[in-house]
Ligand binder design. Structure first.
Ligand code: CA
Length: 255
């Protein structure tokens, strides 16, 4: 089985700059979406640093690496460990850049990524920090894979808010975990086995705030990834496009 990918980003219809960044590296089996914050210049820098650092680290070969200064659980697989280290390096790099320049103080970024498992051609790892999301579209149904690191999501899991109330909540955009804000960051990681035809969507909240699971499934269908990306972005723009919109799609295809 092989995995193909495509990505698109759009500034949207309201904002003057695009603070999202994306990375599509099919040769490496690596796909990334990052949504920066901290004011125009800084947000762009943070999301771009995240994509660049993760890419550089994971492109750096398959040898056993030194993972200091990070302590990792000993039972993580080789690929999982590399992903966690890559994201932690990106976090440190953004944090240090934010501390070094008052104009970038407080900058940060979300990150969601997919990376092929070195040991299994039909499996990918999904890593994320923040509220950029991954969805799986299987048999015409879309399912959210990631749990947002957001205040509102905490409220929902504590039973303090319903999903419907959360959609309209004024604190909807407050995230509780982002790359760059502190020196140490926890990374959520899951391993996903794909069947031929399965499509994974990575997106920023500029899409997921406006486009629901059934619309995601309907937009992706069995079309080319390029067509499906265009359709998803256009749908978010049609619904207001109040934020930057970024979508990356990857699909498993039989050899
Ligand atoms: Ca956003």
């Amino acid at each position: 089985m092989q995995i193909t990918g495509f990505g698109l980003t759009d500034v949207g219809r309201v904002r003057s700059s695009n603070e999202d960044s994306l990375g599509v590296f099919p040769g490496l089996g690596l796909y990334i979406v990052a949504d920066g914050m901290g004011g125009h210049a800084a947000g762009e820098v943070a999301s771009r640093l995240a994509v660049e650092t993760v890419h550089q680290y994971l492109a750096g070969g398959d040898s056993e690496e030194v993972t200091l200064p990070f302590e990792l659980p000993p039972d993580l697989s080789f690929t999982a460990r590399r992903i966690v280290v890559a994201i932690k390096f990106a976090n440190l790099r953004i944090h240090e850049a934010a501390c070094a320049d008052p104009a970038k103080s407080g900058m940060g970024t979300t990150l969601v990524m997919a990376f092929g498992d070195r040991d299994a051609a039909d499996a990918v790892y999904i890593g994320h920090v923040g509220d950029s999301r991954a969805y799986l579209v299987h048999d015409g149904q879309a399912r959210q894979l990631t749990q947002d690191h957001s205040l509102i999501n905490d409220y929902i899991s504590q039973g303090l808010l319903s999903e419907e109330e959360a959609n309209q909540h004024p604190l909807k955009h407050v995230i509780t975990r982002a790359l760059g804000s502190v020196r140490q960051i926890d990374v959520d990681l899951q391993r996903l086995t794909l069947k031929p035809g399965d499509t994974v969507l990575l997106c920023s909240d500029g899409l997921s705030n406006l486009v629901g699971e059934s619309e995601i499934a309907e937009s992706i269908r069995t079309d080319s990834l390029e067509t499906a990306c265009r359709r998803l972005v256009d749908l978010a723009l049609k619904k207001g496009g109040d934020d930057n919109v970024t979508v990356v799609l990857l699909r498993a295809i039989s050899d």
